[in-house]
Write a protein that binds this ligand. Structure first.
Ligand code: MG
Length: 256
């Protein structure tokens, strides 16, 4: 009887440890850096430093090409009503973010990443034509490879032309698709490493968590800011949580 009790306790410990380990593997990505705090702003260099400081897995950022092919970091295609993709860099460089920083270039961003440990979750924004999408992918890959940051990078994109080019030119760097409308099997066949979908797309297709896992693909969900929703996504099998509330996500992941 005594041995039976010890065995039971042992099995229980192993089960608990396995569960903690499974959930402990969920990684937090700071959406546009860690910006919801004093002195920071979305996609600023400061938001990147702060994401690194709070020790999230990755810091997400958005890249557009200017009219003269300079990759810059900004979420919206417009900065203060000026269209980034049709304006030369010289006319954009002194424009400021909400925290007073100038609009960062990809090169400035990568130089900062080089000093930090946090991973690069690099979103290539859609451009006007398939040619511009491919060109954006070529320029971004060349720069990330030149800085020797490709092993710390995941690429994400809504655009299939950009995705195809990223997969073709940087086959060892994981590429994730963002648009929420393609099943894991089809993405696998196209060469994607995983899906990075809005949480509503995953709630609509909860079977995609298992399908992705069976295909050895990863699932990232965005933008998950609510604690209960974080728990739901982790329970369903998310590998990454992309969030504007990285401190909450770190707490949830640690407690699960
Ligand atoms: Mg983004």
């Amino acid at each position: 009887m005594k041995y039976l009790k010890i065995s039971f306790a042992l099995v229980l410990c192993i089960l608990v440890a396995a569960s903690v380990e499974a959930k402990g593997k969920v990684r937090v990505v700071a959406h546009r850096g860690y910006w919801k705090t004093e002195g920071s702003a979305q996609n600023s260099i400061r938001s990147l430093e702060l994401a690194n400081q709070i020790k999230v897995y990755g810091s997400e950022f958005d890249v557009h090409l200017t009219a003269d092919d300079i990759p810059v970091i900004h979420h919206d295609q417009k900065i203060k009503d000026v269209d980034i993709q049709t304006t030369p860099y010289a006319q954009l460089k002194d424009m400021t973010l909400d925290n007073g920083e100038s609009l960062p270039t990809l090169e400035q961003y990568l130089d900062k990443f080089k000093q930090l440990k946090v991973k690069l979750i690099c979103e290539l924004k859609p451009h006007a034509t398939p040619e511009r999408n491919r060109k954006a992918a070529q320029i971004v890959i060349a720069m990330i490879n030149a800085k020797k940051l490709q092993k710390r990078t995941d690429y994400i994109t809504f655009n299939m032309d950009a995705g195809k080019e990223l997969i073709c030119l940087s086959p060892k760097t994981p590429v994730y698709y963002l648009n929420g409308d393609v099943a894991p099997k089809e993405l696998k066949e196209l060469g994607y490493a995983g899906l990075d979908y809005h949480f509503k797309a995953m709630q609509k297709h909860p079977e995609w968590f298992k399908e992705a896992k069976d295909l050895k693909m990863k699932v990232n969900v965005w933008t998950v800011d609510d604690e209960k929703l974080m728990e739901e996504m982790i329970e369903d099998g998310a590998d990454f949580i992309t969030t504007n509330e990285p401190l909450t996500a770190l707490k949830v992941c640690a407690a699960e």
